[in-house]
Design a protein. Structure first.
Length: 104
C-alpha cells in the first residue's frame, strides 16, 4: 500500500516547462479562489473543502518548485500513486461540489 515514488511528470508535461506549469497552477488556484469566495464563502462545509484545496494545492506546488518532483507514497492498487496533499485536494473538491450542489 505504501511505496515511495518521485513523480516528476505533471499535467501537460510534454507542452509546458516546470516553471510554466507552476505559474499556470497558481493562476488556476487564484481563479478558483476568486470564484469560490465570490459565490460560496458562507457555507461551512464548502469553506472546509476550499481550505483543503488551497492548502493541498500550495503544498504540492511548493514541492514542485523546490524539488522539481512531488513525493508520492500511497499506492492505489497499482493503478496510480498519490500523496496526502492530493488526498486533501480530492476531499476538498468533493466538499465544494456538495456545497455547490446543495446551493442550486
Amino acid at each position: 500500500m505504501f511505496t515511495n515514488v518521485n513523480n516528476c511528470r505533471f499535467f501537460l508535461f510534454d507542452y509546458l516547462s516546470l516553471s510554466q506549469f507552476v505559474v499556470l497552477s497558481i493562476l488556476i488556484l487564484l481563479a478558483f479562489s476568486f470564484f469560490y469566495v465570490k459565490n460560496y464563502k458562507g457555507e461551512l462545509l464548502g469553506n472546509v473543502g476550499f481550505g483543503l484545496i488551497v492548502i493541498g494545492g500550495m503544498m504540492n506546488l511548493s514541492q514542485w518548485s523546490k524539488y522539481g518532483c512531488v513525493h508520492d507514497f500511497i499506492n492505489f492498487f497499482g493503478l496510480f500513486f498519490f500523496n496526502h496533499y492530493d488526498l486533501m485536494i480530492t476531499i476538498g473538491i468533493i466538499l465544494v461540489v456538495i456545497t455547490i450542489w446543495k446551493k442550486k
